[in-house]
Design a protein around this ligand. Structure first.
Ligand SMILES: Nc1ncnc2c1ncn2[C@@H]1O[C@H](COP(=O)(O)OP(=O)(O)OP(=O)(O)O)[C@@H](O)[C@H]1O
Ligand SMILES: [Mg+2]
Length: 376
Protein backbone atom coordinates (compact mmCIF):
# COMPACT_ATOMS: atom_id res chain seq x y z
CA UNK A 1 0.00 0.00 0.00
CA UNK A 2 1.30 3.48 -0.81
CA UNK A 3 0.71 6.65 1.11
CA UNK A 4 1.49 10.24 0.09
CA UNK A 5 2.55 10.95 3.64
CA UNK A 6 5.56 8.91 4.80
CA UNK A 7 4.38 8.99 8.43
CA UNK A 8 1.26 6.84 8.61
CA UNK A 9 -0.57 6.94 11.91
CA UNK A 10 -3.34 4.43 11.51
CA UNK A 11 -1.94 1.18 10.26
CA UNK A 12 1.15 -0.70 9.18
CA UNK A 13 1.82 0.05 5.53
CA UNK A 14 5.04 -1.89 4.98
CA UNK A 15 8.78 -1.76 5.75
CA UNK A 16 9.32 1.50 3.86
CA UNK A 17 7.30 3.34 6.50
CA UNK A 18 8.68 1.43 9.45
CA UNK A 19 11.61 2.65 11.48
CA UNK A 20 14.17 0.17 12.80
CA UNK A 21 13.01 -2.54 15.27
CA UNK A 22 15.50 -4.81 13.52
CA UNK A 23 16.74 -6.44 16.68
CA UNK A 24 13.22 -7.00 18.02
CA UNK A 25 12.00 -8.31 14.66
CA UNK A 26 14.74 -10.89 14.33
CA UNK A 27 14.42 -11.94 17.96
CA UNK A 28 10.69 -12.48 17.59
CA UNK A 29 11.14 -14.45 14.37
CA UNK A 30 13.89 -16.52 15.91
CA UNK A 31 11.70 -17.29 18.93
CA UNK A 32 8.89 -18.48 16.68
CA UNK A 33 11.06 -20.51 14.33
CA UNK A 34 12.49 -22.23 17.38
CA UNK A 35 9.06 -23.13 18.61
CA UNK A 36 8.67 -20.46 21.29
CA UNK A 37 5.60 -18.36 21.71
CA UNK A 38 6.34 -14.84 22.88
CA UNK A 39 4.71 -12.31 25.17
CA UNK A 40 5.11 -8.74 23.96
CA UNK A 41 4.58 -5.97 26.46
CA UNK A 42 4.78 -2.21 26.09
CA UNK A 43 3.02 0.95 27.07
CA UNK A 44 0.23 2.09 24.81
CA UNK A 45 1.16 3.59 21.47
CA UNK A 46 4.78 2.47 21.51
CA UNK A 47 4.43 0.20 18.50
CA UNK A 48 3.39 -3.33 19.52
CA UNK A 49 0.80 -3.76 16.79
CA UNK A 50 3.12 -2.24 14.21
CA UNK A 51 5.88 -4.63 15.23
CA UNK A 52 3.59 -7.66 14.95
CA UNK A 53 2.65 -6.70 11.39
CA UNK A 54 6.28 -6.02 10.56
CA UNK A 55 7.23 -9.47 11.85
CA UNK A 56 4.45 -11.02 9.77
CA UNK A 57 5.86 -9.27 6.75
CA UNK A 58 9.26 -10.86 7.36
CA UNK A 59 8.22 -14.40 8.29
CA UNK A 60 10.07 -17.15 6.41
CA UNK A 61 8.41 -19.00 3.53
CA UNK A 62 5.79 -21.47 4.65
CA UNK A 63 4.82 -19.35 7.66
CA UNK A 64 1.68 -17.36 7.91
CA UNK A 65 0.63 -14.74 10.45
CA UNK A 66 -2.87 -14.21 11.76
CA UNK A 67 -3.64 -11.09 13.76
CA UNK A 68 -6.56 -10.57 16.10
CA UNK A 69 -7.20 -7.75 18.55
CA UNK A 70 -9.45 -9.01 21.34
CA UNK A 71 -9.92 -5.65 23.09
CA UNK A 72 -13.60 -5.53 22.19
CA UNK A 73 -14.40 -9.19 22.89
CA UNK A 74 -16.41 -10.08 25.95
CA UNK A 75 -16.42 -13.86 25.97
CA UNK A 76 -15.23 -16.99 24.18
CA UNK A 77 -17.95 -16.71 21.53
CA UNK A 78 -16.58 -13.33 20.48
CA UNK A 79 -13.08 -14.75 20.56
CA UNK A 80 -14.10 -17.66 18.32
CA UNK A 81 -15.79 -15.32 15.88
CA UNK A 82 -12.79 -13.04 15.73
CA UNK A 83 -10.30 -15.85 15.25
CA UNK A 84 -12.40 -17.43 12.51
CA UNK A 85 -12.64 -14.05 10.78
CA UNK A 86 -8.89 -13.53 11.11
CA UNK A 87 -8.19 -16.95 9.66
CA UNK A 88 -10.70 -16.59 6.87
CA UNK A 89 -9.04 -13.34 5.88
CA UNK A 90 -5.53 -14.74 6.07
CA UNK A 91 -6.04 -18.06 4.33
CA UNK A 92 -7.10 -17.69 0.71
CA UNK A 93 -9.89 -20.06 -0.19
CA UNK A 94 -8.44 -21.12 -3.51
CA UNK A 95 -5.13 -22.60 -2.34
CA UNK A 96 -4.77 -26.30 -1.47
CA UNK A 97 -4.61 -25.63 2.28
CA UNK A 98 -7.32 -23.01 1.84
CA UNK A 99 -9.76 -25.50 0.37
CA UNK A 100 -9.26 -27.83 3.31
CA UNK A 101 -9.53 -25.10 5.88
CA UNK A 102 -12.57 -23.42 4.37
CA UNK A 103 -14.20 -26.82 4.04
CA UNK A 104 -13.78 -27.25 7.75
CA UNK A 105 -15.00 -23.71 8.51
CA UNK A 106 -18.14 -24.44 6.53
CA UNK A 107 -18.81 -27.44 8.78
CA UNK A 108 -19.15 -25.00 11.69
CA UNK A 109 -22.05 -23.42 9.84
CA UNK A 110 -20.79 -19.85 9.85
CA UNK A 111 -22.81 -17.02 8.45
CA UNK A 112 -20.69 -15.17 5.91
CA UNK A 113 -21.03 -11.55 5.13
CA UNK A 114 -18.89 -9.31 3.00
CA UNK A 115 -17.51 -6.01 4.11
CA UNK A 116 -19.06 -3.49 1.72
CA UNK A 117 -15.95 -1.35 1.59
CA UNK A 118 -13.11 -3.82 1.35
CA UNK A 119 -15.00 -6.83 -0.01
CA UNK A 120 -13.23 -8.92 2.66
CA UNK A 121 -15.21 -11.88 3.93
CA UNK A 122 -16.66 -11.44 7.39
CA UNK A 123 -17.46 -14.67 9.12
CA UNK A 124 -19.88 -14.72 11.96
CA UNK A 125 -20.94 -17.82 13.83
CA UNK A 126 -24.37 -18.96 14.74
CA UNK A 127 -23.65 -18.82 18.42
CA UNK A 128 -26.73 -20.78 19.50
CA UNK A 129 -25.60 -23.93 17.79
CA UNK A 130 -21.97 -24.03 18.90
CA UNK A 131 -19.83 -24.76 21.87
CA UNK A 132 -17.10 -22.17 21.46
CA UNK A 133 -14.44 -24.03 23.39
CA UNK A 134 -14.96 -27.18 21.34
CA UNK A 135 -15.05 -25.25 18.07
CA UNK A 136 -11.90 -23.36 18.95
CA UNK A 137 -10.16 -26.63 19.74
CA UNK A 138 -11.22 -28.04 16.36
CA UNK A 139 -10.06 -24.91 14.53
CA UNK A 140 -6.64 -25.06 16.16
CA UNK A 141 -6.34 -28.77 15.45
CA UNK A 142 -7.22 -28.37 11.79
CA UNK A 143 -4.83 -25.45 11.50
CA UNK A 144 -2.07 -27.54 13.05
CA UNK A 145 -2.53 -30.22 10.44
CA UNK A 146 -2.57 -28.04 7.34
CA UNK A 147 1.11 -28.59 6.58
CA UNK A 148 2.13 -24.97 7.13
CA UNK A 149 3.33 -23.00 10.13
CA UNK A 150 1.05 -20.42 11.69
CA UNK A 151 1.59 -17.57 14.09
CA UNK A 152 -1.50 -16.32 15.85
CA UNK A 153 -0.94 -12.89 17.36
CA UNK A 154 -3.49 -12.07 20.02
CA UNK A 155 -3.34 -8.36 20.72
CA UNK A 156 -4.68 -6.84 23.97
CA UNK A 157 -4.53 -10.35 25.41
CA UNK A 158 -5.17 -9.16 28.98
CA UNK A 159 -8.82 -8.88 27.94
CA UNK A 160 -9.31 -12.64 28.52
CA UNK A 161 -9.23 -11.94 32.25
CA UNK A 162 -12.61 -10.22 31.78
CA UNK A 163 -14.29 -13.23 30.14
CA UNK A 164 -17.07 -14.78 32.21
CA UNK A 165 -15.77 -18.25 31.32
CA UNK A 166 -13.33 -19.09 34.06
CA UNK A 167 -9.95 -20.60 33.37
CA UNK A 168 -9.73 -19.52 29.76
CA UNK A 169 -6.00 -19.22 30.26
CA UNK A 170 -5.71 -22.74 31.69
CA UNK A 171 -7.61 -24.13 28.74
CA UNK A 172 -5.66 -22.14 26.14
CA UNK A 173 -2.36 -23.08 27.72
CA UNK A 174 -3.19 -26.78 27.62
CA UNK A 175 -4.26 -26.55 23.96
CA UNK A 176 -1.12 -24.63 23.09
CA UNK A 177 1.00 -27.48 24.36
CA UNK A 178 -0.64 -29.92 21.97
CA UNK A 179 0.08 -27.84 18.87
CA UNK A 180 3.19 -28.38 16.77
CA UNK A 181 2.69 -25.96 13.93
CA UNK A 182 0.82 -23.09 15.53
CA UNK A 183 2.64 -20.56 17.67
CA UNK A 184 1.46 -17.47 19.49
CA UNK A 185 2.38 -13.88 20.14
CA UNK A 186 0.51 -12.55 23.16
CA UNK A 187 0.60 -8.80 23.20
CA UNK A 188 -0.79 -6.31 25.64
CA UNK A 189 -0.42 -2.87 27.11
CA UNK A 190 -1.84 -3.28 30.57
CA UNK A 191 1.42 -4.33 32.06
CA UNK A 192 0.22 -5.31 35.50
CA UNK A 193 -2.37 -7.69 34.03
CA UNK A 194 0.01 -9.11 31.45
CA UNK A 195 2.68 -9.69 34.07
CA UNK A 196 0.14 -11.33 36.31
CA UNK A 197 -0.94 -13.67 33.51
CA UNK A 198 2.51 -14.70 32.45
CA UNK A 199 4.82 -14.37 35.39
CA UNK A 200 2.78 -15.30 38.37
CA UNK A 201 3.65 -18.86 39.47
CA UNK A 202 0.06 -19.80 40.14
CA UNK A 203 -1.16 -18.87 36.64
CA UNK A 204 -1.06 -21.49 33.87
CA UNK A 205 0.96 -19.32 31.48
CA UNK A 206 3.78 -18.99 34.00
CA UNK A 207 7.06 -19.35 32.12
CA UNK A 208 5.29 -20.75 29.09
CA UNK A 209 6.44 -18.03 26.72
CA UNK A 210 9.47 -15.83 26.18
CA UNK A 211 9.13 -12.20 27.20
CA UNK A 212 9.80 -9.10 25.20
CA UNK A 213 9.43 -5.58 26.52
CA UNK A 214 9.24 -3.05 23.74
CA UNK A 215 10.91 0.26 24.49
CA UNK A 216 11.00 3.57 22.70
CA UNK A 217 12.95 3.72 19.43
CA UNK A 218 16.53 5.02 19.82
CA UNK A 219 16.52 8.81 19.26
CA UNK A 220 19.38 8.99 16.76
CA UNK A 221 17.98 6.17 14.63
CA UNK A 222 14.51 7.71 14.63
CA UNK A 223 15.93 11.16 13.79
CA UNK A 224 17.81 9.82 10.75
CA UNK A 225 14.72 7.93 9.62
CA UNK A 226 12.62 11.10 9.81
CA UNK A 227 15.17 13.17 7.92
CA UNK A 228 15.42 10.50 5.21
CA UNK A 229 11.63 10.36 4.72
CA UNK A 230 11.55 14.13 4.21
CA UNK A 231 14.48 13.96 1.78
CA UNK A 232 12.97 11.11 -0.22
CA UNK A 233 9.98 13.34 -0.76
CA UNK A 234 12.03 16.37 -1.79
CA UNK A 235 11.55 18.23 1.47
CA UNK A 236 14.11 18.99 4.10
CA UNK A 237 14.31 19.14 7.86
CA UNK A 238 17.41 19.72 9.97
CA UNK A 239 18.49 17.34 12.70
CA UNK A 240 18.23 19.96 15.49
CA UNK A 241 14.59 20.58 14.50
CA UNK A 242 13.89 16.84 14.58
CA UNK A 243 15.58 16.64 17.96
CA UNK A 244 13.23 19.30 19.35
CA UNK A 245 10.24 17.43 17.96
CA UNK A 246 11.40 14.12 19.45
CA UNK A 247 11.92 15.78 22.79
CA UNK A 248 8.50 17.41 22.79
CA UNK A 249 6.85 14.06 22.02
CA UNK A 250 8.99 12.24 24.62
CA UNK A 251 10.13 9.89 21.81
CA UNK A 252 6.77 8.16 22.18
CA UNK A 253 6.15 6.52 18.77
CA UNK A 254 2.54 7.44 18.07
CA UNK A 255 3.07 11.09 19.05
CA UNK A 256 6.28 11.32 17.02
CA UNK A 257 4.49 9.87 14.00
CA UNK A 258 1.53 12.20 14.33
CA UNK A 259 3.64 15.31 14.74
CA UNK A 260 5.83 14.30 11.79
CA UNK A 261 2.78 13.51 9.71
CA UNK A 262 1.36 16.98 10.27
CA UNK A 263 4.66 18.83 9.92
CA UNK A 264 5.39 16.94 6.70
CA UNK A 265 1.96 17.82 5.32
CA UNK A 266 2.52 21.53 6.04
CA UNK A 267 6.05 21.71 4.69
CA UNK A 268 6.59 23.02 1.18
CA UNK A 269 10.41 22.89 1.08
CA UNK A 270 11.93 23.21 4.51
CA UNK A 271 10.44 22.37 7.90
CA UNK A 272 11.34 25.21 10.25
CA UNK A 273 11.30 25.35 14.08
CA UNK A 274 8.43 27.86 13.86
CA UNK A 275 6.41 25.45 11.75
CA UNK A 276 6.65 22.47 14.09
CA UNK A 277 5.79 24.62 17.11
CA UNK A 278 2.75 25.95 15.34
CA UNK A 279 1.66 22.42 14.42
CA UNK A 280 2.22 21.24 18.00
CA UNK A 281 0.11 24.14 19.24
CA UNK A 282 -2.77 23.25 16.96
CA UNK A 283 -2.66 19.59 17.97
CA UNK A 284 -3.02 20.64 21.61
CA UNK A 285 -5.83 23.04 20.76
CA UNK A 286 -7.73 20.26 19.00
CA UNK A 287 -7.38 18.01 22.02
CA UNK A 288 -8.40 20.64 24.54
CA UNK A 289 -11.97 19.43 24.86
CA UNK A 290 -10.68 15.97 25.84
CA UNK A 291 -8.40 17.48 28.47
CA UNK A 292 -11.19 19.56 29.97
CA UNK A 293 -13.33 16.44 30.17
CA UNK A 294 -10.58 14.57 31.99
CA UNK A 295 -10.13 17.44 34.39
CA UNK A 296 -13.84 17.45 35.17
CA UNK A 297 -13.83 13.73 35.88
CA UNK A 298 -11.05 13.99 38.43
CA UNK A 299 -11.18 15.31 41.96
CA UNK A 300 -9.19 18.46 42.76
CA UNK A 301 -6.56 16.39 44.52
CA UNK A 302 -6.17 13.92 41.62
CA UNK A 303 -5.85 16.81 39.17
CA UNK A 304 -3.28 18.54 41.35
CA UNK A 305 -1.22 15.35 41.47
CA UNK A 306 -1.47 14.94 37.70
CA UNK A 307 -0.25 18.53 37.25
CA UNK A 308 2.63 17.95 39.62
CA UNK A 309 3.72 14.82 37.75
CA UNK A 310 3.40 16.62 34.40
CA UNK A 311 5.58 19.46 35.64
CA UNK A 312 8.35 17.14 36.85
CA UNK A 313 8.06 14.81 33.80
CA UNK A 314 9.28 11.83 35.86
CA UNK A 315 8.49 11.44 39.52
CA UNK A 316 10.51 8.83 41.37
CA UNK A 317 9.11 9.31 44.85
CA UNK A 318 5.59 10.67 44.80
CA UNK A 319 5.24 10.26 48.56
CA UNK A 320 8.46 12.09 49.40
CA UNK A 321 7.93 15.03 51.75
CA UNK A 322 9.47 17.55 49.41
CA UNK A 323 7.26 16.55 46.44
CA UNK A 324 4.17 16.61 48.64
CA UNK A 325 4.85 20.00 50.21
CA UNK A 326 6.04 21.63 46.99
CA UNK A 327 2.75 20.66 45.36
CA UNK A 328 0.50 20.98 48.42
CA UNK A 329 -0.66 17.40 48.20
CA UNK A 330 -1.48 16.76 51.84
CA UNK A 331 -0.62 13.35 53.19
CA UNK A 332 1.20 10.47 51.53
CA UNK A 333 -1.90 8.30 51.98
CA UNK A 334 -3.90 10.82 49.94
CA UNK A 335 -1.21 10.82 47.24
CA UNK A 336 -1.28 7.02 47.05
CA UNK A 337 -5.06 7.00 46.73
CA UNK A 338 -5.06 9.56 43.92
CA UNK A 339 -2.12 7.91 42.22
CA UNK A 340 -4.01 4.66 42.15
CA UNK A 341 -6.97 6.27 40.43
CA UNK A 342 -4.71 7.97 37.87
CA UNK A 343 -2.93 4.70 37.11
CA UNK A 344 -6.14 2.66 36.85
CA UNK A 345 -7.50 5.18 34.37
CA UNK A 346 -4.27 5.12 32.36
CA UNK A 347 -3.60 8.79 32.95
CA UNK A 348 -0.34 8.06 34.72
CA UNK A 349 2.06 5.25 33.90
CA UNK A 350 4.39 3.39 36.18
CA UNK A 351 7.70 2.44 34.60
CA UNK A 352 11.33 1.66 35.30
CA UNK A 353 14.35 3.55 34.02
CA UNK A 354 17.54 1.97 32.70
CA UNK A 355 18.88 1.48 36.21
CA UNK A 356 15.74 -0.27 37.34
CA UNK A 357 14.43 2.66 39.39
CA UNK A 358 10.68 3.00 39.34
CA UNK A 359 9.05 6.26 38.31
CA UNK A 360 5.67 7.75 37.39
CA UNK A 361 4.88 9.90 34.36
CA UNK A 362 1.81 11.25 32.58
CA UNK A 363 0.73 8.65 30.02
CA UNK A 364 -0.58 10.89 27.25
CA UNK A 365 2.18 13.11 25.93
CA UNK A 366 -0.25 15.78 24.70
CA UNK A 367 -1.97 15.91 28.06
CA UNK A 368 1.39 16.31 29.73
CA UNK A 369 2.40 19.18 27.44
CA UNK A 370 -0.95 20.87 27.82
CA UNK A 371 -1.01 20.67 31.60
CA UNK A 372 2.57 21.84 31.71
CA UNK A 373 1.79 24.83 29.49
CA UNK A 374 -1.44 25.88 31.11
CA UNK A 375 -0.82 24.95 34.74
CA UNK A 376 -4.61 25.04 35.18
N1 LIG B 1 8.88 1.37 14.14
C1 LIG B 1 7.94 2.22 13.71
N2 LIG B 1 8.19 3.09 12.72
C2 LIG B 1 7.24 3.95 12.29
N3 LIG B 1 6.00 4.00 12.79
C3 LIG B 1 5.69 3.16 13.78
C4 LIG B 1 6.63 2.22 14.29
N4 LIG B 1 6.03 1.51 15.28
C5 LIG B 1 4.78 1.98 15.35
N5 LIG B 1 4.57 2.96 14.48
C6 LIG B 1 3.35 3.76 14.31
O1 LIG B 1 3.06 4.38 15.56
C7 LIG B 1 1.68 4.30 15.86
C8 LIG B 1 1.48 3.54 17.16
O2 LIG B 1 1.94 2.22 17.01
P1 LIG B 1 1.07 0.93 17.37
O3 LIG B 1 -0.35 1.12 17.03
O4 LIG B 1 1.79 -0.22 16.76
O5 LIG B 1 1.28 0.94 18.94
P2 LIG B 1 0.67 -0.02 20.04
O6 LIG B 1 1.76 -0.22 21.03
O7 LIG B 1 0.07 -1.21 19.43
O8 LIG B 1 -0.47 0.92 20.64
P3 LIG B 1 -1.80 0.52 21.46
O9 LIG B 1 -1.33 0.13 22.81
O10 LIG B 1 -2.58 1.80 21.49
O11 LIG B 1 -2.48 -0.59 20.72
C9 LIG B 1 1.03 3.60 14.67
O12 LIG B 1 0.52 4.56 13.83
C10 LIG B 1 2.15 2.87 13.99
O13 LIG B 1 1.95 2.79 12.61
MG1 LIG C 1 -1.87 -1.95 19.47
Amino acid sequence: MKSVNPFPINQYLGPYYFCDREEETSRLISNLVNGNSTTLIAHRRIGKTGLIHHVFHKLPKGWQGIYIDIQETENLFDFLNLLATGLARAIPQKTRTGTRFWGFLASLRPVFSFDGLSGQPQVSFDIKSTDPQKDLESILKVLDGLGEKFVIAIDEFQQIIQYPETNTDTWLRSKMQQLHNVFFIFSGSQQHLMTELFSSPDRPFYRSTLFMKLDKLPGDVYAKFIRKKFQENKKSIDLPVIKEMLEWTNHHTFYVQQLCNRVFAQTTDVATPELWRQVAGSILAEQEIVFFTIRNLLTKHQWRLLKAIAADHKVYQPTAGNFISRNELGSSAAVLRSLNVLITNELVMHDFDKDGNSFYAVYDVYLQRWVEMNRL
